[in-house]
Design a protein. Structure first.
Lengths: 309, 518
């Protein structure tokens, strides 16, 4: 019974709070640039506005263009419901497998890239090509960093991993830290943050993610934006719950669950602030330099693997 | 050197007419190419080629080639009288190409021997047999739309594809079309196509009353309002033989440098934004706003519009406002220094700027690149030093140059010019006298005469070439914004770079579309 309850809570929780963390990141970035910035709740207003707007769809668009926002949005909802957020008691043995999660994410990326190509616009085309390059190179680091956790905890189930890592002795923590560093690079690459992509740019020629959704408007754009907010939160949630899982609820009662929720939100907020700080203090890397950064992520994992075996 | 010595040195025995600082002499069409090439070989920069419709008086068109004499503040102007075609100088001096195409488009005079003769600025919807700058074309007539043809240069090969960008862009910038031929992410060919903001400004200059002509000059390129109108006023003053008081001259320096300051600071910020370095970008925008507000407080206009006038200046600086100005400048300089210090220590920013968008010195020389882009290669030219106007000959100024020719060099040139502008304003404020003895008599212009106004705008030198008819009325105004020359070289700076670096390269040039399209 509780498992189903938590499943439902998680389905709602991720899309409910994800726009806030996009807003929070923007707010912190604005403060770092000596600007006041919009309220962290601004993304909710933006979504509301977009849902009330009409759409323009190119006559050249196929069903892929129309279906992609729903597919991408629903994958983020499914993933959001399957990962450990505030408790380790939601063992969902089919959906909670890290390989399922990683390839559900890849499914979303695949449709996003197809949608970018679909209308035949020049910007969408090269954005999709760039996205595929980046995500193909990210995959190694992403899978390996999670595989290290799986090897430590002898399970590919994310919830089991969370409980194992939280009870791990400090002496065995070195590979986890290395895997975490690698995972952080993957978070930045998968969510098109600095130094891979500039989510705030208006220059079509430099875009990756933004150029793929350039042709979208109105409700479908809202879904796309919302889905990328969900993805951002999912990655950060995976990061904080798998690699630094302390504070997650291990027993079920209202007090521990609420405490766990507060701790979870705090950890995610701190992570958003760190990303915002990073984005304010560096410039975007030149596109051809990105593979070396992703390679670094792979190297971290290989060292960590060496430490385990 | 006196005028006579210059004539002796460069022209020898030709019959010359001196108009202000222009030494004009007629050359036959068969000799003009060798005369121009000789002047060019003697290191005189070609400043502008312009045509004049003189069919009413002489039944012929005049084509004039203006060469500058740096440090002498004089111009040598060989000219030819032609009927419908003239020999093309382009095979000998490449930078003549676009001037000749412009004359071809607007006067219908054919440069024979031009290697790639196409119309410039006017698009294929303009009828090919209507030439708007001829005197018999009425400025308010509206020709039927034509259906001409325009072909971009085509590159073919496996994996080569084209990216069309513009003319409408994201963000608030001017319209222009860029056609990239790309292999993967590498730019093989970049062809800009401009003319979308053509407004018929040169024709309009011939029609408007004098006061409105000055307003029009302020709107040729809105971010250079003061420099453009100053260049125009300098030319008008030379035609009217008007003397300018020392106070006005210093005030002109102050406002010209304030304009340079706001635009350079804005560009420095914008370059950082385009690399994604948000802190620098936001700081640049903030500091630019500080200068804009100084402008507004002193003159009532953030863009210094309505400040220029013939024979004087529409601004008074009280002792109080001078003190305040010095204070804000000191504050600005400190803040700017701090931002640049942080930026120069940000490795990721420097990685993006260095070696990006390199413009080769040889290409730049052939295209006559001037201004920031020229200084970034090491070309030591600056109208403030070479053809000193206003009070610049009484001020200390070192031309800011760099060597790399890349985005970083253009970034650095701007930084150096920001410091030198602040210094120039301070120097001028110290020397500013209280007396104001401007000529206020009615303005009459010399008849059948010519004049040049040249001002170093923040992009490079701006030239106004003006002629008057037999009634002393202004019969032609030719405007040459520095963008006109530098646009031709931009494609070469983009070649070989990656597509995502192009916006950064373009921003480091930051050329005017409006000033080019006129």
């Amino acid at each position: 019974m509780e498992t189903i309850l938590f499943f439902i809570i998680q389905i709602i929780l991720i899309p409910l709070i994800s726009p806030f963390f996009i807003g929070l990141t923007r707010k912190v970035k604005a403060r770092m640039q000596n600007r006041t910035g919009a309220s962290p709740f601004q993304p909710y207003k933006d979504l509301w506005k977009l849902f009330h707007k009409d759409e323009v769809i190119s006559v050249d668009a196929s069903w892929i263009f129309k279906a992609a926002p729903y597919i991408i949005f629903s994958t983020t909802i499914i993933i959001g419901a399957s990962i450990p957020l505030i408790t380790t008691l939601t063992t969902n043995s089919y959906m909670g497998d890290f390989l399922v999660i990683v390839y559900l994410i890849a499914l979303g990326t695949f449709f996003l890239a197809l949608a970018g190509l679909d209308t035949g616009g020049a910007f969408g085309g090269f954005a999709s090509s760039r996205e595929m390059v980046v995500s193909a190179l990210t995959e190694g680091g992403l899978i390996l960093s999670l595989l290290i956790l799986a090897l430590i905890s002898h399970s590919t189930n994310l919830t089991t991993i969370t409980s194992t890592i939280s009870s791990l002795s400090y002496l065995n923590f070195a590979p986890v830290i290395l895997a975490f560093l690698s995972f952080i690079i993957s978070i930045l690459a998968e969510n098109n943050r600095y130094p891979f992509d500039n989510p705030a740019t208006h220059l079509e020629l430099t875009m990756i993610h933004e150029a793929m959704i350039l042709e979208y408007s109105g409700k479908k754009l809202a879904l796309m934006e919302w889905a990328s907010a969900n993805k951002y939160l999912i990655f950060i949630a995976l990061g904080v719950n798998l690699f630094i899982p302390w504070g997650i609820a291990t027993s079920l009662n209202w007090v521990t669950t609420l405490t766990a929720l507060v701790i979870f939100l705090t950890k995610v907020s701190v992570f958003c602030i760190l990303i915002a700080t990073l984005e304010s203090s560096i410039a975007k890397l030149r596109f051809f330099k990105l593979p070396s950064l992703l390679f670094t992520s792979l190297v971290f994992c290989i060292i960590a693997l060496g430490l385990i075996i | 050197m006196s005028t006579d010595q210059i004539i002796k040195k460069y022209i020898k025995d030709a019959k010359t007419i001196v108009h202000g600082n222009m030494i004009m002499f007629e050359v036959t069409t068969d000799k003009i190419l060798s005369v121009c090439r000789e002047l060019y070989d003697r290191q005189l920069p070609l400043k502008i080629i312009s045509a004049f419709d003189e069919r009413k008086e002489k039944d012929l068109f005049k084509v004039a080639y203006v060469f500058g004499l740096p440090k002498q503040n004089m111009f040598l102007v060989p000219y030819i009288m032609v009927k419908d075609e003239f020999p093309s100088l382009t095979p000998l001096i490449h930078q003549a190409s676009n001037y000749e195409r412009k004359i071809y488009t607007f006067f219908g005079l054919k440069p024979t021997g031009h290697p790639s003769l196409r119309t410039l600025i006017l698009h294929e919807n303009w009828p090919a047999n209507i030439f708007p700058l001829r005197k018999d074309f009425k400025w308010n007539s509206r020709p039927k739309l034509a259906n001409g043809d325009f072909q971009f240069r085509k590159l073919e090969g496996e994996g080569v594809y084209e990216i069309p960008v513009g003319p409408v862009h994201a963000g608030i910038i001017e319209p222009g079309h860029f056609r990239f031929s790309v292999l993967g992410e590498e730019i093989l060919l970049l062809e800009p196509r401009l003319g979308y903001s053509h407004k018929g400004s040169e024709k309009l200059f011939e029609e408007l009353p004098l006061q409105d002509k000055i307003k029009l000059s302020e709107r040729i390129s809105g971010d250079s309002s003061f420099s453009h109108s100053l260049a125009f006023c300098l030319a008008l003053e030379s035609l009217g033989g008007i003397k300018i008081s020392s106070r006005t001259n210093y005030l002109r320096v102050i406002f010209a440098e304030l304009e340079r300051l706001s635009n350079h600071i804005g560009d420095i910020g914008a370059i950082m934004v385009d690399t994604g370095y948000n802190f620098g970008g936001a700081s640049g925008a903030r500091l630019k706003e500080v200068v804009m507000q100084i402008n507004e407080e002193l003159t009532g206009s953030r863009f210094l519009r309505g400040v220029s006038k013939v024979g004087g200046i529409n601004a008074t600086l009280t002792t109080e406002s001078i003190e305040k100005l010095i204070k804000s400048l000191n504050q600005l300089e400190n803040d700017f220094k701090e931002v640049i210090h942080i930026a120069e220590n940000t490795t990721t920013l420097l990685l993006r700027l260095k070696k990006t968008g390199v413009l080769q010195a040889e290409v730049a020389r052939d295209h006559g690149v001037i201004g920031v882009a020229g200084k970034a290669i090491g070309f030591e030219m600056d109208a403030r030093v070479d053809y000193p106007y206003a009070a610049y000959n009484q001020l200390q100024l070192k031309i800011a140059t760099e060597k790399g020719g890349d985005v970083y060099a253009r970034f650095e040139v701007r930084i150096k010019e920001v410091y030198s502008s602040i210094e120039l304003i301070k120097q001028s404020l110290r020397k500013l006298s209280q007396s104001n003895n401007d000529d206020t008599k009615a303005i009459t212009f010399k008849k059948n005469s010519y004049a040049i106004g040249i001002v170093e705008g923040w992009r490079g030198d701006i030239i106004y070439l003006i002629s008057t008819d037999s009634n002393g009325e202004i019969s032609r105004v030719d405007v040459r914004d520095p963008s006109f020359l530098n646009w031709a070289a931009l494609g070469f700076a983009g070649k070989g770079n990656m597509v995502p670096d192009f916006p950064l390269i373009n921003k480091s040039f930051n050329l005017s579309y409006s000033g080019n399209d006129l």
